[in-house]
Design a binder for this molecule. Structure first.
Ligand code: ADP
Length: 582
């Protein structure tokens, strides 16, 4: 991310620098172009201002007479002098047909042109061939550079001579220099004959060939100037007439434009440093800005990271606190749990003791009666023996053995809990068990006026088990039902037997008081009873539960909507094909 930011910043700065450089260069080119237009205008104007003079002179009668007859010399000299002063040119002069100067505006001056022969000058040869001539050269006589314009003097197409004006271009050059500009004019050979820079004057843009040098020497154009090559290396060419050059390790923009009607080129040269500086300034500002943004970014990132770590520390603290709280809660809970366990153990202990007490009371009550009866019978037996009433003694003993049988049946019930029941082997018919149970409880039905409804299949239903135990289950359930209906107005017992798959379902419903919700769960636990001491030991249902589960069945209870309770016993049936055994 950071690296990407740096790369993007570098690209942006580089692009901005490039753009600034290109823009500044464009502006420089535009301004340079405008300057070139201006300077070519002024140069053209400076030359054309004097262009008419040779023509005017060639048409002058006195000049023509002078050329024909060498008369009028003085007159023409004066005329040339005054015209020259008036026009502001450097010099005006008239040459005969072989190039000898006959009259000149400077006839009175020490370096007068009069008497000099300029027949070698190209402007003379041009005039001689009937054309106007123009030429820039360093004066042979004066050593002063100037622009020469000539016109032939013709009479009946005969060449009489040439009239010439010499224009001084140094004021123009001085103007450029004063303006602080580098303006150059090069001729067709690339010689810089006008230059606002002195050190570049009379130097060439391209190396001169021998032929060129010979030609120039013949016209004595640039006197004794050595015309050395100006070492301007072209670094880049931007367009025609637009290039970047190097001179003495400095880069310049050089704009060149040809001058109309002349074989010259006008050049404008400006240093590139400001453009480069602008680019550098933008690069510097861009870099500083990028660094600033980068620093800000780094600062923001550090801040964010600090915030994140602070938040994480806070969260860690919160988690630690939560852990501590959880730990405390766990300790608290385990404390509570152990306290509960202790309480539960105490309760179980108390419950056991209570159950034991209840059972003891029950057993004492159940056994007390026959014991005291046996004691009474033993006492009366002794009396009857004393009285020799043996018949009555026998009756008394029979009563004693009945009592002991009753006691034995009580202890037999308790034995169910004392020993493990042997593996079952026998088979029994359910209807027989029910008949036995109903026979045992028949006295109670009549005692409490209880009606009985039965719905029992005729086919004998064979179970795996023994008659005594199945019968005991049924007796217990019937007895409890009768007990529950004792104080009710409606007393009806309903016994239904049905089969389903390989099971038999025995339903015993009464119209009694029903079972309280809170007692439902404890109903089958030993010694649970709601009955008074002596009326029940709370063993009936627990014994029944034990027997039914031993036989591979289930027992459950529910209250009936109409009132009363319903006990449902399900037991597995033996396949009918195996036959029933009694
Ligand atoms: P016991 O009859 O000696 O109390 P049980 O184990 O046979 O012992 O019965 C436990 C308790 O279940 C009874 O005290 C009684 O409250 C309740 N109970 C059993 N059968 C019925 C029933 N048919 N209707 C109402 N309550 C019943």
């Amino acid at each position: 991310m950071l690296l990407l930011g740096i790369v993007v910043a570098i690209c942006l700065v580089w692009q901005a620098t490039r753009w600034t450089y290109a823009d500044a260069l464009d502006k420089l080119i535009k301004v340079g172009g405008e300057r070139l237009t201006l300077y070519s205008g002024t140069l053209h104007e400076s030359l054309s201002r004097y262009a008419y003079l040779p023509y005017v002179l060639s048409q002058n009668i006195d000049v023509q007479i002078m050329l024909k007859s060498s008369f009028n010399l003085e007159l023409v000299n004066h005329y040339l002098q005054s015209l020259n002063t008036e026009a502001g040119s450097e010099a005006l002069y008239v040459m005969n047909s072989i190039g000898d100067t006959l009259a000149a505006s400077n006839w009175q001056e020490p370096l007068s042109f009069v008497g000099q022969n300029y027949g070698f000058r190209p402007y003379f040869t041009d005039a001689k061939s009937g054309h106007k001539g123009h030429f820039f050269a360093i004066g042979v006589t004066t050593g002063q550079p100037g622009y020469f314009m000539s016109h032939p003097v013709l009479q009946d197409e005969r060449f009489l001579g040439a009239t010439v004006v010499k224009v001084d271009l140094t004021p123009l050059q001085d103007d450029w220099r004063e303006g602080g500009e580098t303006v150059l004019v090069s001729d067709a050979n690339g010689v810089l004959f006008l230059s606002s820079r002195n050190d570049w004057k009379y130097r060439t843009l391209t190396a001169l060939s021998e032929a060129q040098r010979t030609l120039m020497l013949a016209g004595r154009q640039y006197g004794h100037q050595s015309l050395d090559l100006l070492p301007l290396d072209t670094v880049a060419t931007l367009a025609a007439g637009q290039r970047i050059v190097r001179f003495e390790n400095t880069l310049y923009l050089m704009l060149s434009r040809p001058l109309p009607d002349l074989d010259w080129q006008l050049h404008h040269v400006v240093p590139l440093a400001p453009v480069r500086e602008q680019g550098q300034v933008v690069a510097a500002i861009g870099t500083v800005l990028a660094l600033l943004i980068l620093a800000l970014g780094l600062y923001a990132r550090e801040r964010r990271q600090k915030q994140i770590s602070r938040r994480k520390a806070r969260e860690a603290g919160a988690i630690q606190e939560m852990n501590l709280r959880l730990q405390e809660e766990i300790t608290e809970r385990s404390r509570t749990e152990s306290a509960l366990r202790e309480t539960q153990a105490e309760l179980v202990q108390a419950g056991k003791l209570a159950a034991l007490g209840h059972m003891a009371a029950g057993i004492v009550h159940e056994l007390n009666q026959p014991i005291s009866a046996i004691r009474t019978h033993a006492a009366s037996g002794r009396l009857l023996l004393d009285r020799q009433e043996t018949g009555k003694v026998r009756e008394t003993l029979a009563a004693v053995s009945r009592m002991t049988e009753h006691m034995a049946s009580i202890t037999a019930q308790l034995k169910t809990f004392a020993h493990k029941t042997p593996k079952l082997k026998g088979r029994v018919v359910l209807q027989d068990c029910l008949d036995g149970a109903l026979a045992m409880t028949a006295p109670l039905f009549s005692e409490f006026g209880i009606s009985l409804d039965q719905e029992i299949p005729a086919t004998p239903l064979v179970l795996e088990g023994d008659l005594a135990r199945v019968k005991q289950v049924l007796v217990n359930l019937i007895r409890n039902a009768i007990d529950a209906m004792r104080d009710c107005e409606q007393r009806n017992l309903q016994i239904e037997i049905s089969t389903q798959d390989q099971e038999v379902e025995i339903s015993i419903s009464d119209s009694g008081i029903g079972i309280a919700e809170q007692d439902m769960e404890e109903l089958f636990t030993p010694f649970f009873t709601t009955k008074e001491v002596g009326e029940g030991m709370g063993l009936g249902l627990s014994i029944s539960y034990r027997i039914v589960t031993d036989l591979g069945g289930t027992i459950r209870v529910q209250n009936l909507l109409a009132g009363g309770a319903q006990f449902i016993v399900r037991l597995p049936l033996v396949n009918q094909g195996n036959g029933a055994m009694k």
